[in-house]
Design a protein around this ligand. Structure first.
Ligand code: 5GP
Ligand code: ZN
Length: 113
């Protein structure tokens, strides 16, 4: 099995896990782009947000709730943060397992480069 995030979800490779339940796992990005940079992923492999459909039930709602609690825990809920899903080549997606970036702890410019 090739997918690095499936391996993290199955504990086959280490990661700094900050949240886990039966469907979702969140961990620190290995190459952080902000003081707080977490990745929230479904444990089941979906290659991008384009694969989310009714079969995935409340997955995205669940991930949003996890993002909200992690934002609160990291004290970035008031100052603000980014929740980002890079998708495809133009979107800058490099790992083809759906992941939500939670970035915070510094001011971020818009639009991204
Ligand atoms: P993308 O560019 O696909 O939106 O984001 C992929 C993210 O995964 C990047 O920010 C990259 O630093 C992170 N990443 C890639 N491989 C690993 C890994 O093995 N462990 C962790 N914790 N993060 C990774
Ligand atoms: Zn995967």
């Amino acid at each position: 099995m090739e997918c690095v995030f499936c391996k993290i979800a199955k504990k086959e490779i280490p990661a700094s896990v900050v949240y886990e339940d039966e469907d979702v796992i969140a961990f620190k990005d290995i190459n952080p782009q902000a003081p707080i940079h977490l990745l929230i992923i479904p444990k089941n492999h979906l290659s991008s947000i384009m694969e989310v459909d009714e079969n995935n039930g409340d997955l995205v709602k669940k991930i949003v709730k996890v993002a909200q609690s992690l934002a609160r825990e990291n004290n970035i809920d008031k100052k603000g943060f980014r929740l980002v899903v890079n998708t495809g080549d133009d979107g800058g997606q490099t790992v083809h397992h759906l992941h939500f970036h939670l970035l915070g702890g510094r001011f971020m410019t818009w639009p991204p480069g």
